[in-house]
Design a protein around this ligand. Structure first.
Ligand SMILES: Nc1ncnc2c1ncn2[C@@H]1O[C@H](COP(=O)(O)OP(=O)(O)OP(=O)(O)O)[C@@H](O)[C@H]1O
Ligand SMILES: [Mg+2]
Length: 246
């Protein structure tokens, strides 16, 4: 059994018969912060969906291990209950269930215990405060009518409440105003401090990383990880783009 929290080996992923990811190898230890960068269409979101087990993304080769267990074939629900969280690049609207109830249900499924409403409300209140969100959002239907930035904040709220061992954040910072980027960064720091969880952050902008200790940066091009390095690679990419990797 490996000591890694997430261990991806030789992963190939198809979407509609077309191979999008080729032989991906990636290993994240508990509590580490990894950044995944790469040009548009490189396959970053695909990797997030494949790890999480979205049925549209077929794993044709390789494996995904989490916390010492092979979870390649597990359902998304089971993966979530084991402690993986994926925040979507484009969060979907879910009419008929409030943000608060959605999170409460997910927590109850994960812990297999009923959570007292009063305890839940107290925790929600403090998480909403961290993210400077109006408490009324908890009672609104999940993401319905939320602005782009509000949807992203709601994703971070779920992460703070669910306390996963690994959070994959897919462009959580895109479309956020300057203040919201700061607020979301505070939310991420809070998650690191409180939960000590690991992060795989997919991003094009690097402002969200300023306050974080980044352990590794991976560059994905055309469905392959072409290089892995330390935080200094971010500055290099900001200055020189991805050209030298193409
Ligand atoms: N459901 C799908 N159906 C068809 N093609 C898909 C699907 N999902 C991904 N692809 C294709 O796979 C490739 C990788 O897409 P992906 O969304 O993973 O890129 P990305 O690296 O996240 O890009 P961006 O930086 O723009 O978010 C693209 O060419 C995309 O069109
Ligand atoms: Mg994407």
């Amino acid at each position: 059994m490996s000591a890694s929290l997430l261990e991806i080996k030789d992963l190939c992923v198809n979407v509609d018969e077309k191979e999008i990811l080729h032989d991906i190898n990636l290993s994240v230890n508990p509590g580490e912060v990894h950044v995944l960068m790469g040009p548009n269409g490189a396959g970053k979101s695909t990797l997030g969906f494949a790890i999480m087990g979205n049925p549209r993304y077929t794993i044709t080769n390789g494996s995904v291990c989490f916390d010492g267990e092979d979870i390649t074939e597990e359902s998304t629900d089971k993966k979530a209950n084991k402690g993986i969280y994926l925040s979507f690049q484009n969060p979907i609207e879910v009419p008929g269930i409030s943000l608060g109830n959605f999170i409460r249900n997910a927590l109850e499924r994960k812990t297999e215990k009923k959570i007292r409403l009063w305890d839940f409300k107290k925790k929600m209140k403090s998480a909403l405060e961290v993210l400077q969100m109006n408490p009324e959002y908890a009672d609104r239907d999940l993401n319905v009518g939320f602005s782009g930035g509000e949807k992203k904040k709601a994703e971070i709220l779920q992460m703070l409440m669910l306390k996963p061992k690994l959070a994959i954040l897919d462009e959580t910072d895109s479309g956020l105003d300057v203040d919201a980027v700061k607020t979301v960064s505070i939310g991420i720091e809070e998650y690191k401090k409180e939960v000590g969880g690991a992060l795989l952050i997919i991003t094009h902008s690097t402002r969200i990383l300023d306050a974080l200790d980044v352990d590794k940066v991976h560059v994905l091009v055309d469905g392959k990880i072409v290089t892995t390095s330390d935080k200094s690679l971010i500055e290099d990419i900001n200055e020189n783009g991805f050209e030298r990797f193409l």
